[in-house]
Design a protein around this ligand. Structure first.
Ligand SMILES: [Zn+2]
Length: 157
């Protein structure tokens, strides 16, 4: 169940959105989408709307849309609220998704991306992944370890 849950975050929740994606959760986010479109998309794709906006939350309630009113300022607390209220539990998959596009990353053959990553990284990493939309290359290096550590910290408190 928890692995299939999907979100639509309002434009005030950019940082929370990135961390949900870090946790492997499908999270739609756009700075340009308006509230009616956000609600239509969420309903069509069965997404839980995450919002800091009381007015939007109230409209969601009257329309019977799944929504969660985020009551905290910091993403650590926001993340905890989402996981607590929707009953999602660690461990998480770290960065299965592109943090910019929300797209599932695809494994790529190392030799094919040699000219796209720094030589030091190329020589020290075996597994590389690419976003099918923005073509950014990812690898499970220190950055992923740091994110994992941060998540452990957040949920141990
Ligand atoms: Zn991307």
């Amino acid at each position: 169940m928890s692995s299939e849950i999907k979100f639509s975050a309002d434009c005030m929740l950019g940082k929370l959105c990135r961390w949900l994606r870090i946790c492997g959760l499908d999270t739609f986010y756009s700075r340009r989408i308006n509230d009616p479109d956000l609600m239509v998309k969420a309903q069509k794709e069965n997404r839980v709307i995450l919002t800091r906006d009381h007015a939007l939350f109230n409209i969601c309630q009257t329309k019977n849309l799944k929504a969660l009113l985020i009551s905290h300022d910091f993403f650590e607390d926001q993340l905890k609220q989402v996981f607590r209220e929707l009953n999602i539990h660690p461990p998480f998959i770290i960065s299965q998704r592109c943090l910019d596009c929300n797209e599932i990353l695809q494994r790529v053959i190392k030799s094919e991306i040699q000219d796209q990553v720094p030589p030091y990284i190329y020589n020290n990493q075996e597994k590389f992944y690419q976003c099918p939309i923005c073509h950014k290359i990812f690898w499970p290096g220190t950055h992923w370890l740091q994110m994992k550590k941060k998540l452990t910290q957040i949920f141990e408190e």
